[in-house]
Design a protein around this ligand. Structure first.
Ligand code: PLP
Length: 379
């Protein structure tokens, strides 16, 4: 293969074009930089795209999780969640004084809903399940519906990785079988607003509570004097700007194309790894919108360790990454008594898995280079 003399190839990256830049500049020249019309336009566009009744855009995905947890949980509530996520998912449970219970993952990297059911059977005080559509792969909606209907529990779906994913006719963040879904628009995700996030729900009551909490807990009514506002609870400033939302509206229009390109990349990886020592976490079946392309390799049978592989690829300008270190084994969580959970699938996952470059801008040539170098280093 020719020397591509290429720049560093990260595991994920945004795709910003001139129309995105123009949209941002137009908003910068407008009267509203925040709390203006672009926020509502972005929220309405997200509601339409995801198929949920209400959307609230916020400053980032973590803020979305925090507000969602304030609405869904109370102090000391027990919540089933996954160790295989970014810290923010479980942290949001702690923010409100509730207690995460870490459940092992299934083979596809998502929380094992069968194990969740066992927990629900053992402990009728469990309040909620926080799922994460890990790497872009939809949560099994049939099972989720069954758990919701049977055990009457609250469900939050974290779709920070999975806007655009589908399970049959059910779209990610449509909240068909959940109370709330959240999204993130960090630059490594499918579409970006720089920093940004959103909450979707089909409940008017939840929507109205979230609106108040996003803005300092403040309420204004037509009955009040023109200058008056009332603070009815302790809220936050988790607003997103119109500048970010202008970018979001522009990016959302291109999301189907971005996802299509991710599909192409996933299929090419699938083909390259067929019957090899590199095992995709799952192969293309239309359910994942592929935020990440995760592979597993049994390093115990190879001359190279995982650390050395990371190092060797980085030296060749390829930024593979690990998603994720188990949250329950983080020092802070250990200080709270976590870390000893029986999670054999997560343990094996952590030993064997890593994420390969996956983003629309990744060229065919760059992908071929990644595949070639990966095999060279593993052999
Ligand atoms: C699964 C998951 N949930 C939540 C978040 C938090 O989103 P943000 O970075 O926008 O705060 C992330 C971010 O990486 C994530 O991967």
């Amino acid at each position: 293969m020719k020397n591509l003399n290429m720049n560093f190839i990260p595991y994920g990256k945004q795709l910003i074009k001139q129309d995105d830049i123009d949209a941002v500049i137009q908003t910068l020249k407008s009267d509203y930089l925040t709390t203006g019309p672009k926020v509502k336009e972005f929220e309405d566009a997200l509601s339409t795209y995801c198929g949920a009744k209400y959307t609230i855009a916020v400053s980032n995905g973590t803020a979305a999780l925090h507000l969602a947890s304030l609405v869904l949980l109370s102090k000391d509530d027990r919540v089933l969640t996954t160790p295989n996520s970014f810290l923010a998912t479980a942290n949001s449970i702690l923010y409100v004084g509730a207690k995460p219970i870490f459940v092992d993952i299934a083979k596809d990297g998502n929380i094992d809903l069968e194990l969740c059911e066992k927990e629900l059977q053992k402990d009728s005080t469990i309040k909620a399940i926080y799922t994460v559509a890990f790497s872009g792969n939809m949560i099994d909606q049939q099972k989720l519906k069954y758990l919701k209907d049977t055990y009457k529990i609250t469900i939050l779906e974290d779709y920070a990785h999975a806007i655009g994913a589908k399970d049959g006719a059910i779209k990610a963040a449509s909240c068909t079988n959940s109370d709330i879904s959240i999204l993130s628009f960090h630059p490594v995700k499918h579409m970006t607003t720089g920093e940004g996030g959103a909450i979707t729900t089909n409940s008017k009551e939840i929507y109205e509570k979230l609106l108040i909490l996003r803005g300092h807990g403040m309420v204004k009514t037509p009955q009040m004097k023109p200058w008056e506002y009332e603070m009815r609870e302790l809220g936050f400033n988790y607003r997103i700007t119109d500048i970010q939302c202008a970018l979001g509206v522009s990016q959302l229009k291109k999301l189907p194309d971005f996802i299509e390109r991710r599909f192409e990349i996933a299929k090419r990886y699938d083909k390259a790894f067929q019957n090899t020592i590199v095992k995709p976490l799952y192969t293309f079946d239309g359910k994942s919108s592929y935020h990440l392309y995760v592979v597993q390799v049994d390093f115990s049978k190879l001359p190279i360790s995982k650390v050395d592989l990371f190092q060797a690829l980085r030296e060749k300008n390829i930024g593979i990454q690990l998603h994720y270190m188990p949250i329950n084994k983080q020092p802070y969580y250990k200080s709270l008594g976590y870390g000893g959970e029986h999670t054999p699938n997560m343990d094996k996952y952590y030993e064997q898995c890593f994420s390969l470059p996956m983003y629309p801008l990744l060229s065919d040539e760059e992908q071929e280079y990644v595949i070639k170098i990966l095999f060279e280093e593993l052999m």
